[in-house]
Design a protein around this ligand. Structure first.
Ligand code: MN
Length: 668
């Protein structure tokens, strides 16, 4: 029985494998795919088995094998990720979800977009758990191996092209050489059938000649190297046809040279030995000028390390040597998988390695730039776009990428200006939030719209992060009449004056008026208010420029760093507690008005702790009649920006209605 065979192979390196769980997964997959056939006529279950078998080569863990068996269940059967989570746990479900394409129903008219969005999700999930991309690569390998059964040439081409443009570079960057080579040659075969056939024939005809020459070369080298007492191994390096093809088309190398080319790996225990071997090889054969590369001192982007040299070998045949340690060889052949699963029983250690490898995603993206011409998606994934980005889902499962710090407003305008202009709130992970809320990767966001709301709120300009949203808001606002802008600007500015407890917002002192006219080069206060109304001048900046800092923040005073975790760490490092440096802080009294609800105080203190703000005083008062909760706190802040940001974040908490500075009881 196939399942027993698979189990047996897995147990050879995974003695602790839970047989029952493993066989349950097999049975579940088999039952789920019952009646489905692969293109070659075999039962569907042969495919997940083949994928799991491919993964065995990488010594993957139990969850990965189980996920491989189940990987097509949500996509092709009535069972869902939830069913998998219930039976086999959240980890397996997450792995399966990562390789599952997004649902067809949402993409009826745009299947290409479905591919793109599915790919985005694959990368996104893989960044969290690299095992996903390994499953996907092994899945793709089996699909490529059986591509001849797909009768539509168009489809064969599309799949091969996608594989060559995306999965081959991914395998290469992960350093999974064996997988990369096989995938690459399979793609070559389908994309350039004539060239493949011709090259294949030419290489094949010279195989015997090369094999003989190679054996002789190996013998000769071993003899010399072993005399020095070095522990060496020499192995043939079988070059892919596609690499040869690329060499012919992109360099001056001739097919005749390639027919002769012999390539060998020399493996030694440590780095010094690599250089010793290089010297010895150059004593045996004459090196070809300009063909020595030290990838040990300067590793390739995928962490590949080796010494390369090309020499005039036996009978003048061009012979290439790649000299490396056993460890480098393992990394080169099995890439990231070797670091993950290679007999590593210490999960902490694996995790650490995992983290150090997360830059892989960026590397993929950098590489994909080269292919951006013919694939709009790759354009999207350019490093500068991808870096510091967050990904959120619409309720239909569509992925939207936004810059870090983006809010629901940005998403709303990304969807459509109408959605933006009419937005009144956002349902984030099924909970209602203000539309100004900051979004995070993985959030599912539904924008709540109300046709009655006709225009964007000016205040949104303080929360929008994308140019799309900022420009659309400004344009919509500019279209309104000047009078409206003046009125709105005046009200907004008054709100800010009151927010920082700087007097009655509607009446500005003569000094303030004069300062404003001079600072903003405006002929009248009305023009100034109109500019605020249009969103051109941010009231926050006016406050900072016009009012002395001391008036808003009070006098600075000396204190010490109150972040216990940080100061603790410092003293552990030096063994002797260091005298803490004194720093300057401002104590600002702030009042929060809110509706009463469970968890409110927790949310307030959470927001402040995240911003590294110490609370010196905290008094709360509940009015039973109005159901309004009043919180008076004294916050220690670094500067005006810090205070302003904290107040914005506080006003974003659900049920909070107003946040303002309240310096003394008299002023209110
Ligand atoms: Mn599959």
């Amino acid at each position: 029985m196939i399942s027993q065979e698979l189990l047996h192979k897995a147990k050879q390196y995974l003695p602790a494998l839970q047989e029952k769980r493993f066989l349950a997964a097999y049975d579940f997959a088999k039952k789920a795919h019952e009646g489905q056939k692969r293109r070659d006529g075999s039962d569907y279950i042969t495919h997940p088995i083949a994928v799991a078998t491919n993964l065995l080569n990488f010594h993957v863990d139990e969850d990965t094998l189980i996920a491989a068996l189940l990987h097509d269940v949500p996509e092709d059967t009535p069972y869902t990720e939830k069913d998998i989570a219930k039976k086999f746990g959240a980890t397996v479900a997450f792995l399966v979800e990562g390789v599952t394409k997004l649902q067809k129903v949402h993409y009826q008219h745009n299947m290409a977009q479905r591919e793109v969005d599915s790919l985005k999700r694959l990368f996104l999930h893989s960044a969290k758990d690299l095992r996903i991309i390994l499953i996907k690569l092994c899945d793709r390998l089996h699909n490529m191996r059986t591509l001849q059964f797909i009768d539509k040439r168009e489809k064969q081409l599309r799949i091969s092209k996608e594989t060559l443009e995306i999965y081959v570079p991914v395998a290469n960057l992960l350093g999974i050489w064996s997988l990369k080579c096989e995938l690459e040659d399979l793609c070559f075969k389908y994309l350039y059938p004539a060239e493949y056939a011709s090259l294949y024939e030419k290489i094949i005809t010279t195989v015997k000649m090369r094999d003989e020459l190679r054996e002789k070369t190996i013998k000769m080298c071993l003899k010399t190297l072993k005399k020095t007492g070095l522990q060496v191994q020499i192995a043939a390096n079988h070059k892919t046809l596609y690499t040869r093809f690329k060499n012919i088309t992109s360099t001056t190398e001739k097919i005749e040279d390639l027919q002769q080319l012999i390539s060998l790996h020399i493996l030694v225990p440590n780095v010094e030995d690599c250089y010793t071997v290089l010297g010895l090889i150059h004593q045996i054969f004459k090196p070809k000028f300009g063909r020595i590369t030290d990838y040990i001192a300067v590793p390739k982007a995928n962490n590949y390390q080796s010494l390369h040299t090309t020499v005039f070998g036996l009978k003048g045949a061009i012979t290439e040597f790649q000299i490396r340690t056993y460890a480098m060889h393992l990394t080169s052949e099995y890439g990231v998988a070797s670091a993950y699963f290679g007999n590593e029983n210490n999960p902490q250690k694996v995790l650490r390695k995992l983290n150090s490898r997360t830059t892989w995603l960026q590397k993929i993206l950098r590489l994909q730039k080269e292919f951006s011409d013919n694939h709009a998606f790759l354009d999207h994934l350019k490093l500068d776009v991808f870096q510091n980005r967050i990904f959120v889902f619409t309720p239909k499962g569509k992925v939207v990428d936004l810059p870090e710090g983006a809010t629901a407003i940005d998403l709303a305008y990304m969807i459509h200006s109408d959605v933006g202009n009419h937005a009144v709130g956002a349902e984030i992970n099924a909970k209602e939030h203000p539309v100004t809320t900051t979004l995070h990767t993985g959030d599912t966001v539904h924008i709540i719209v109300d046709e009655k709301q006709k225009r964007p709120d000016r205040n949104w300009l303080n929360f929008a992060r994308t140019n799309i949203a900022i420009n659309k808001i400004k344009n919509t606002l500019r279209d309104e009449s000047r009078e409206q802008n003046v009125r709105a600007g005046r009200a907004l500015f008054a709100h800010y004056i009151e927010r920082f407890d700087l007097g009655a917002g509607s009446r500005l002192s003569q000094t303030v008026k004069t300062r404003i006219l001079a600072l903003f080069h405006v002929p009248s206060l009305d023009t100034f208010f109109a500019l605020i109304g249009e969103g051109i001048i941010a009231p926050k900046n006016v406050i900072r420029e016009v009012y002395p800092a001391e008036l808003i923040l009070g006098k600075p005073y000396k204190t010490v760093d109150k972040n216990f975790e940080r100061t603790q760490k410092r003293s552990i490092v030096s063994d002797v507690p260091l005298p803490l440096e004194s720093i300057l802080k401002y104590r600002v009294p702030v009042r929060i008005l809110c509706m009463d609800r469970v968890g409110l105080i927790r949310d307030v203190t959470n927001v402040l702790a995240k911003l590294d703000i110490n609370i010196c005083d905290f008094i709360t008062l509940f009015n039973d009649r109005s159901k309004i909760h009043t919180m008076d706190l004294i916050m220690e802040v670094n500067d005006f920006e810090h205070l302003d940001y904290a107040m914005s974040e506080l006003s974003n908490i659900i049920a909070v209605t107003t946040v303002f500075v309240r310096r003394s009881k008299k002023s209110r």
